[in-house]
Design a protein around this ligand. Structure first.
Ligand SMILES: *Cc1c(COP(=O)(O)O)cnc(C)c1O
Length: 441
């Protein structure tokens, strides 16, 4: 176990009576100079295991009666700094990192659901999440109902007695859709179930889901948090506000855990019970731990999150305006454009900008999309987002190709759609590359 509960977001601990700003916390939260060597940067604790003081200490660790490290599958000091930093930036109570974003999603749902349970998800999600929820989770006995998030009431309509959570991306990848989070949270409150927000595309710099009442935040740290396209990773963060004991829907949180002498995670760990259970059971038993070196890369990237997001957003806005005027472009779906139907929601939930990942449609359809991604020079044709480099992809021929055309269109990834993730290069160079490539269509 790491010592989240002792060094979490306690203002005494990091800021005293003065509350440090976001920019300061991206650099400092969760980290201290190494007490033994004085190393200022967080070292890579490249170790699998940790020496016990004695047998009693070992027993206390295994029984979750004290906090400390046992084995890197369950916790590691470098990873723990990242967990605390992400939890801090989101304004949450505790976090758990995982090997990838999808691993963090698995840990979350394994902690929430029993076989036969159901949940509701926005249909505007990262393509891999649609596949994970719709196909692989199905085989574990978990059913996901996908709904069109444009009308929040669709979430209420899809509720069943077995639904245990609502999952959405406020700023959705790749459609550029903004989900109106507040009414969805009201619906979940009434139903006594948590709202899980995948905040990968927005990052805590642009969007603050816990401020609106979300209960769990998920990240693929592979994207903007790490930011340089060097390290895979994921994270879950709990707000600490959800009452798992309010109904009988969450036996995994409220009933005695046989693997830990019958302790009850909700009762024993209170506002960090969910993260503790995700670590002590799901991460322990399935093992998708984040590598310490990946935590190190991600911490290094995080230090500049605020500066990078500012430039990502400024460059994306300029590219969106350029494309919006271009004769070969049929439409641009960027919520930072005044003409976009999500402009007002973006102002509400993403006041610092609508992110840097968005889609546009080519009048030339599927073939033009393929030609465009093959003719760019500066932009990289690849399946990632949130890199310092500008990236381009034609989802219908790549990330979303395993979906039916109807699913592609529903997810905002129809045949004519091109997705951009605008990076940090000189804006004139990004636009020059797109201009040249569009001219060749
Ligand atoms: C990439 C991504 C994921 C999956 O994360 P991995 O780190 O690739 O496993 C989940 N959600 C969103 C929004 C993503 O962009």
């Amino acid at each position: 176990m790491n010592d989240d509960h002792e060094t979490g977001n306690d203002p005494e601990d990091t800021a005293g009576p003065h509350e440090y700003g976001f920019e300061t916390r991206t650099i400092h939260a969760g980290a201290r100079p190494d007490p033994v060597t004085g190393a200022r940067n967080t070292p890579i604790y490249q170790t699998t295991s940790y020496v016990f003081d004695d047998v009693d200490h070992a027993a206390d660790l295994f029984n979750l009666q004290t906090f400390g490290f046992i084995y890197t599958r369950i916790g590691n000091p470098t990873v723990a700094v990242l967990e605390e930093r992400i939890a801090n930036l989101e304004g949450g109570r505790a976090g758990v990192c995982a090997a990838s974003g999808h691993a963090a999603q698995f840990l979350t749902f394994f902690t929430l659901l029993e076989p036969g349970d159901e949940f509701i998800a926005s249909r505007n999600l990262y393509g891999g999440s649609i596949t994970q929820f719709g196909l692989s989770f199905k085989r574990l006995g978990w059913t996901c109902h996908f709904v069109d998030p444009a009308d929040p009431e669709n979430f209420r309509r899809a509720l069943t007695p077995k639904c245990k959570a609502i999952f959405l991306e406020v700023l959705a990848n790749p459609g550029g859709v903004i989900v109106d989070l507040e009414p969805v949270i009201d619906i979940a409150r009434e139903a006594g179930i948590p709202v899980i927000v995948d905040n990968t595309m927005a990052t805590p710099y642009l969007c603050r889901p816990f401020d609106w009442g979300a209960d769990i935040i998920l990240h693929s740290t592979t994207k903007f948090l790490s930011g340089h396209g060097t390290a895979m990773g994921g994270a879950l963060v709990e707000s600490g506000q959800f009452d798992w004991g309010q109904n009988d829907k969450f036996p995994s949180m409220t009933e005695p855990e046989p693997a830990y002498h019958g302790l009850t995670f909700h009762e024993t760990f209170g506002d960090f019970g969910f993260a503790t259970k995700a670590r002590a059971v799901a991460l322990r038993d399935f093992g998708p731990a984040m590598a310490p070196v990946n935590a190190f890369f991600t911490l290094t990237g995080l230090e500049t999150l605020h500066l990078r997001m500012e430039r990502h957003v400024a460059n994306a806005q300029a590219v969106a305006e350029f494309l919006d005027r271009h004769p070969k472009v049929a439409w641009v779906s960027y919520a930072g454009l005044k003409s976009n139907p999500y402009y007002d929601l973006a102002r509400k939930y993403l006041p610092k900008g609508a992110g840097s990942v968005f889609t546009f449609g080519l009048k030339g359809g599927f073939d033009a999309g393929v030609k465009l991604v093959e003719s760019v020079n500066l932009l990289s044709h690849l399946a990632n987002v949130g890199d310092t480099r500008s990236l381009i992809i034609h989802p219908a021929s790549t990330t979303h190709r395993q979906l039916t055309e109807e699913q592609q269109v529903n997810a905002g990834a129809g045949p004519d759609v091109v997705r951009l993730s605008i990076g940090l290069e000189n804006i004139d160079d990004i636009i020059f590359d797109l201009e040249q490539s569009l001219a060749g269509l």
